[in-house]
Write a protein that binds this ligand. Sequence first.
Ligand code: NDP
Length: 451
Amino acid sequence: MNSIDEKLQPILAEVVRRNAGEPEFHQAVHEVLESLGRVVAKHPHYLDHALIERICEPERQIIFRIPWVDDKGQVQINRGFRVQFNSALGPYKGGMRFHPSVNVGIIKFLGFEQTFKNALTGMPIGGGKGGSDFDPKGRSDAEIMRFCQSLMTELHRHLGEQTDVPAGDIGVGGREIGYMFGQYKRLNNRFEAGVFTGKALAYGGSRARTEATGYGNTYFVQAMLETRGTSFDGKKVVVSGSGNVAIYTIEKVQSYGGKIIACSDSSGYVVDENEIDLELLKDIKNVRRERISEYARRRGQGAHFIAADKGSIWDVPCDVAMPSATQNELSGKDAATLIRNGVIAVGEGANMPSTPEAIKAFQDAGVMFAPGKAANAGGVATSALEMQQNASRDSWTFDQTEARLATIMRGIHDSCYQTAEEYGAPGNYVLGANVAGFVRVAEAMRMLGVI
Ligand code: NDP
């Protein structure tokens, strides 16, 4: 890892001490503090009033029991989390994740990242994140509904359209949001559309929200490629994952003329030399909810499946890599393979998918690197547009919403690019994103006093 300015080292040491056993949270804080050395050198007042220490401490952390009854009549117990990280810019905003790996450290890392990401969008939203160690795989629709209702029976008292506004993330899509919003509405006896985003169109959702994260990442990477006079057209692209973010990344990259040759899920990856057939992938993943090996089986010639324990998707040679599954899925070794195979750009659709070693390898090799904090902000930006539509009881067209998304992503790209130049690190989007996000949050916090 790169070094941290000595004035900031005690802050990291204290974060590590107070949040023992939470490596993902330490990693996320480390990465931001690494970028802040140049900021405090130029603007030492950010060291006053323990401002940076306060930014690293969540405003509130809620942990609760979620008891529910499965289809066999057995009682199951999961743990629920909501970390309300920072509300200096607006109500807490960030998704809910259902995955067996979820613990408080993972939710804290996501909430911390979310705070800066949301600031980068320029929209009036603070940062938060939540979820549960519930594993939705193999659960019936009725079990998913009972689980969501039990979760919301506790969580509802901590939410509100002016307080905390959740959305989806891994394992949480339109179906789960419907069940959670339904229970919230019932318990509060009010139709408060703006308390959740990622809703279906039928009850107050926004057009283009489903597509927004993947489309947004594609816009960001396209803008980054343009700075070197190139584009997606004709490039070989590998996208990991095959969930919401991956699928709409594939869709947008294909519309720009990029050729997607591989994607994955947690069981392994598929390579399709003829280019991924998106309609087939959507049928397998969104309709049938099957494993990725089904893709190779149904697609036939030219496509093959490799199990997760037999290789890495990053072994597939490509020009552009877009990790869109989960944190730390792309290691230093994977980065070295990608670089050897001639990768020119990486756009993070997932949150913190590249390890610090991988990021360093890309930067040292001059590979253009778009950090998730900036590149995947299109989802939450469109969530803020959903809140705006709900507040004005309006509903925009797809084109209108997508045009706003494209403008926001261009703005985020330019802000990261210019901030990196201003702080003497041209082309370093990691530094640009961390600094631009930090300055927005820190300025608001300074004005609000010690709270
Ligand atoms: P989905 O649940 O829709 O899809 C997740 C995909 O990643 C699935 O293909 C899943 O495979 C795979 N995956 C998840 N965990 C692992 C793992 N531990 N190892 C290997 N593969 C894994 O989630 P999203 O597409 O919504 O989210 C993907 C990433 O994007 C996350 O990091 C999320 O935080 C981030 N993100 C999402 C946003 C959104 O709007 N949805 C916004 C911004 C960021 P399997 O089905 O086998 O588990």
